[in-house]
Design a protein around this ligand. Structure first.
Ligand code: BES
Ligand code: MN
Ligand code: ZN
Length: 485
C-alpha cells in the first residue's frame, strides 16, 4: 500500500449487500440466546446446545449443509450492542477462515444500524489481520476473496460499513507500523512513509530534522536521541477542512526502539516488544489517514515525536539537565523514562498552536499496565470534558480506558529536583500518575487528556478482533474523538 520496501497489509474487500449472495462460500448468521433459531441454520436450539453452542457473544459453530453451503452460527447474546456485534463478526471470520468468501448477516435494522454496520465491518476486517512479517512464509490468517455484509438495504448500515472499512484500514496501518522490526523502521523511514501517506490521504506534512530541532530548542527529543546513530524526526501533520468547527491537536510518542538508554533494559522476551514503543505515533498518523474519507469537520494537527532510545558513548547521562521547548528544565534520573522527555517538546509545540484541546497517546509506563492489566488504557488529564470525550469514544469503539487521578497537589513534589525545574521520575509508586503529572508541566492552559497505552499496545495471541501482536489501540478511539467533536 505504501513504502514498497515494507510488506504493508491490505484488508480483504468488503461490500454491503441487501441479501446473502448465492456465491458466498459461507454465511454467518446471528443466533440469540432467546427466541427462535434462524431457519437457515437448519438445526434446533436443542441440537445447537448439544454441540456446546449456547449463543453467547463471540461463540461460533460451523454447520455444513447438504446443499453445499456452510452456515456459521454466531452467538450474539440476548440484546446485542454494537460492541457485541464487533466481537460476533470477528468470531465469524475466525471460524470461516478456510471458506473463500464470507457473507455476514448480523445487523438488525434499528436505531443503531450505522454503529452496527461499522462494528461488523471492523470486527471482520480486524480479525482477518495478520502481520505478514519479513518472510516468504504464506499467511495463515483468514483470507477472503470477499466479505459481504448484509445490510438489508439500510442506508445507515451501509454508511456504517463504509466507515468501518476506513477505520479498519487505519488500524491496519498502525498495527503494521508497530509490528515492523526496528531496523526496518527508524525515524527517517517513517518520514518517507508519512510523506507518502499525506499525499494519499489528504493531510499536510512538515518534517523537522535534528538541525531544525536544535534551532527550535527541543531539548527533550534531542537529549533522548543523543545515544543513537539514527537522527530524530518530529513530524507535524495537518488536516484542515473548510470552515473547521474546532481545532484538536494529537501528540504521539514515537520511540522507534526503547532500549532504556544507559538505564538499559534487561534482554528478556518482554522487551522484544519495545519496537512497539512508537504505537502512540502510529495511532496519531493512522488517525490522520482516516479524516478526509470520514469528512471530519474538525481541524486536526498531529505531532509524531520520533527517535530511538539507545545507550552509547554519546548518550545522555543520569544527572544531565535538558531544556525543553517551553523553557522548563529537567534533570534526568532514569534514561528509560524517555517518553515523557520527548512528549514534553511535542506538547509544548502543540500548546503554541492554541488548539481547543490536546490529546496525547503513549506507551508510557509499565505502571499503567500493572494497574489496569493488558487490555485497558489509562486516561488522565486536566479537563473533565475532554476526559469524558475519551471515555465516550472508548465505549463506542470497544477500546477500553479507565481514569486515574492527575494528582498534582500531592504528587508534584515527587518530581522535585535540586538542580532543575523537575526530574523525570517520581519514585517507585504511582508511576502512571507521576508520568502524567510530569506531562502536565507542558500542556499550558489547553484542555488536555493523556492516554497511557502500554498495556493494550499488543496482545499475546488472537483474541476476538485483536490479532496477535500490535493492536493499533487508540487509532479508532482517536478517530472517534475528532469525528464526533
Ligand atoms: N516504553 C516504556 C513503557 C512500557 C513498558 C511500554 C512496557 C510498554 C510495555 C517506557 O519508556 C519506560 O521504560 N517506562 C519506565 C519508566 C520508569 C523508568 C520510571 C517503566 O515503566 O518502567
Ligand atoms: Mn523507556
Ligand atoms: Zn518507552
Amino acid at each position: 500500500m505504501v513504502n514498497s520496501s515494507l510488506p504493508f497489509s491490505s484488508p480483504s474487500p468488503v461490500r454491503s449487500v441487501r441479501a446473502v449472495p448465492r456465491t458466498s462460500g459461507a454465511i454467518a448468521v446471528a443466533v440469540r440466546t432467546d427466541g427462535a433459531v434462524p431457519r437457515g441454520i437448519g438445526l434446533s436450539r436443542r441440537a445447537l446446545e448439544r454441540h456446546g453452542f449456547t449463543a453467547k457473544v463471540g461463540q461460533s459453530l460451523v454447520v455444513p449443509r447438504a446443499d453445499g453451503q456452510t452456515v456459521i452460527a454466531v452467538g450474539v447474546g440476548s440484546r446485542p450492542t454494537s460492541n457485541d456485534l464487533r466481537d460476533a463478526a470477528a468470531a465469524a471470520v475466525r471460524a470461516g477462515s478456510r471458506l473463500g468468501s464470507l457473507a455476514i448477516d448480523l445487523i438488525s435494522t434499528g436505531s443503531s444500524a450505522r454503529a452496527d454496520g461499522r462494528a461488523v465491518a471492523e470486527g471482520a476486517l480486524l480479525a482477518a489481520y495478520q502481520y505478514p512479517g519479513i518472510t516468504k512464509k504464506p499467511l495463515t490468517s483468514p483470507r477472503f476473496s470477499e466479505i459481504a455484509i448484509v445490510t438489508g438495504g439500510s442506508a445507515a448500515a451501509e454508511r456504517g460499513v463504509r466507515e468501518g472499512v476506513v477505520t479498519s484500514r487505519a488500524a491496519y496501518l498502525a498495527r503494521d507500523l508497530a509490528n515492523t522490526p526496528p531496523a526496518h523502521l527508524n525515524a527517517r523511514d517513517l518520514e518517507g512513509i508519512v510523506l507518502q501517506l499525506g499525499e494519499q490521504f489528504g493531510f499536510g506534512v512538515e518534517v523537522f530534522d535534528e538541525h531544525d530541532l536544535e534551532r527550535m530548542g527541543c531539548g527533550g527529543l534531542l537529549g533522548v536521541n543523543r545515544g543513537s546513530v539514527e537522527p530524530p524526526r518530529l513530524m507535524k501533520l495537518t488536516y484542515e477542512p473548510r470552515n473547521p468547527s474546532a481545532h484538536v491537536a494529537l501528540v504521539g510518542k514515537g520511540v522507534m526502539y526503547d532500549s532504556g538508554g544507559i538505564s538499559l533494559k534487561p534482554s528478556d522476551a518482554f522487551h522484544v516488544v519495545m519496537k512497539m514503543d512508537m504505537s502512540g505515533a502510529a495511532a496519531v498518523l493512522s488517525t490522520l489517514t482516516a479524516l478526509k474519507d470520514l469528512r471530519c469537520r474538525v481541524k486536526v494537527t498531529g505531532y509524531l515525536v520520533c527517535t530511538d532510545n539507545m545507550p552509547s558513548g554519546s548518550a545522555m547521562k543520569l544527572g544531565d539537565v535538558l531544556t525543553m521547548r517551553n523553557g522548563k528544565t529537567v534533570e534526568v534520573h532514569n534514561t528509560d523514562a524517555e517518553g515523557r522527555l520527548i512528549l514534553a517538546d511535542g506538547l509544548s509545540l502543540a500548546v503554541e498552536q492554541q488548539p481547543d484541546a490536546i490529546f496525547d497517546i503513549a506507551t508510557l509506563t509499565g505502571a499503567a499496565m500493572a494497574a489496569l492489566g493488558p487490555d485497558i488504557a489509562a486516561v488522565l488529564g486536566s479537563d473533565a470534558a475532554v476526559i469524558d470525550r475519551v471515555r465516550h469514544s472508548a465505549e463506542a469503539t470497544g477500546e477500553p480506558v479507565w481514569p486515574m487521578p492527575l494528582e498534582r497537589t500531592r504528587y508534584r513534589r515527587l518530581l522535585d529536583s535540586n538542580v532543575a525545574d523537575m526530574r523525570n521520575i517520581g519514585g517507585p509508586y504511582g508511576g502512571c500518575i507521576t508520568a502524567a503529572v510530569f506531562l502536565s508541566e507542558f500542556t499550558g492552559d489547553i484542555p488536555w487528556a493523556h492516554l497511557d497505552i502500554a498495556g493494550p499496545m499488543k496482545v499475546d495471541g488472537d483474541e476476538s478482533w485483536r490479532s496477535k501482536g500490535a493492536t493499533g489501540f487508540g487509532t479508532r478511539l482517536l478517530i472517534d474523538v475528532v469525528t464526533s467533536w
